[in-house]
Design a protein around this ligand. Structure first.
Ligand SMILES: [Zn+2]
Length: 399
């Protein structure tokens, strides 16, 4: 099997990854591919297949995967960045780069709401969103790509504000409900304006996160009809079970499960989506930084938790944190497929795990060991400083 996208095969920035033991595509319709080699040019995946079937000549960089598993870089669908690689929530430096060591190569902001003195007037919130979008577009800690600049809805915004935000580069709204818009009628009107100009929306679901925020119940979520039902398992306080089930059943929107939420409610949402045969709607985030801290391994922990306790195959659980999120959020990453961003994680069974192999070890609840991360075709880190040690690690054999 070989898939090819047109590109210059002898480019000076060609990357060849060979000797892949297990290729996890991120695509829930076909989570494992029968291939051992991936080639990218200019940070874009060009071909995938057996080594004898793909053009591996002229590589600037060759990585020997040493039989480890290759998966798309993980996506954290729900973070709250502020500025630089700093968070005032726990007064911590370097948290984004630390998440890279947990395999996260892409983050989506659900609002820069922890910004001290966050402006709530309309000119101020627009200015802050455009500033955050620009700043994080230009600043990638360790290589992590952050889609930031996610304004929070406030009363008084008009359609023209959304047009202006879109023209300014804003692609996502912060969580609906964290600002002064707390009713479904206004939320629905503003979310529709955002959608009209290509801005995606997420709604806070469940009880208040911190003093000063408030409950968003299933009626407001359904009426607002945001593109993503943010932390359907609460952030951290979940809705009652019947309301979570109703959201899964009555809304067609993405179901986001977060690490900083109620684990039992997360499993309920997962099982409901599975029963509805709508697993492609399930996406993962951490909601970090939060009161419970920053979780550099949060997405890996969610994959192990949902795979082991939710009884879904590991290769499917990985899709929730990669291809599903990319499709639901219109991102060009998250899949190992031609034309997609060449961002990858190399996983292997953690040393001394009781599992029989990588997939079995995760299904038993252990974390994967991470041996290398590549972002946009370039090696960002080698052995992770944060995961349990991988048994085998890839090696750069030609640079
Ligand atoms: Zn929230």
């Amino acid at each position: 099997m070989s898939h090819d996208a047109p590109a210059n095969s002898s480019a000076s920035n060609k990357l060849v990854i060979r000797n892949i033991g297990l290729l996890l595509s991120g695509d829930i319709d076909r989570p494992i591919l029968d291939a051992d080699t991936v080639v990218s040019v200019d940070g874009v995946i060009q071909s995938i297949g057996k080594e004898k079937d793909v053009d591996v000549s002229g590589a600037a960089t060759t990585v020997d995967a040493k039989g480890t598993a290759l998966a798309p870089g993980l996506i954290d669908s729900h973070v709250h960045p502020v500025c630089g690689d700093w968070t005032p929530r726990q007064n911590q430096l370097g948290w984004i780069e630390s998440c890279l060591h947990g395999g996260v190569t892409t983050m989506v902001s659900a609002g820069e709401v922890h910004t001290p003195g966050r402006p709530k007037d309309i000119v101020g919130l627009k200015a802050m969103a455009i500033f955050a979008q620009r700043a994080f577009q230009a600043f990638r800690p360790g290589g992590v790509k952050i889609y930031a600049g996610a304004p929070v809805l406030e009363q008084g915004m008009v359609e023209d504000d959304f047009r202006e935000l879109a023209e300014g580069g804003v692609k996502f709204l912060g969580e609906v409900g964290l600002g002064s818009v707390k009713d479904g009628t206004t939320g629905r009107r503003m979310v529709a304006w955002a959608r009209k100009y290509g801005i995606q929306s997420t709604i806070h679901t469940g009880g208040p996160s911190i003093p000063g925020s408030s409950l968003i119940d299933k009626d407001m979520v359904l009426e607002t009809d945001a593109d993503v039902i943010g932390h359907v398992n609460g952030g951290h306080t979940a809705l009652p079970d019947d309301q979570i089930k109703e959201l899964c059943e009555r809304s067609p929107r993405a179901l986001e499960i977060v690490h900083n939420g109620n684990e039992r409610a997360g499993l309920l949402a997962l099982r409901t989506a599975k029963d509805l045969r709508q697993m492609r709607r399930v996406i993962l985030g951490t909601d970090s930084p939060a009161g419970s801290g920053v979780q550099p391994l949060g997405i890996l922990r969610m994959i192990s938790m949902l795979s082991s306790l939710g009884e879904i195959p590991t290769e499917v659980a990985i899709c929730l944190a990669t291809g599903n999120t990319a499709k639901m959020r219109n991102l060009n990453c998250g899949l190992i497929a031609p034309g997609r961003e060449a961002s990858f994680v190399f996983l292997d069974i953690a040393q001394q795990s009781a599992g029989k192999n990588l997939l079995d070890s995760i299904q038993k609840g252990d974390l994967a060991g991470l041996g290398m991360v590549i972002t946009d075709g370039a090696v960002s880190i080698q052995r992770s400083r944060n995961t349990p040690p991988a048994t085998r690690v890839p090696e750069v054999v030609k640079r």
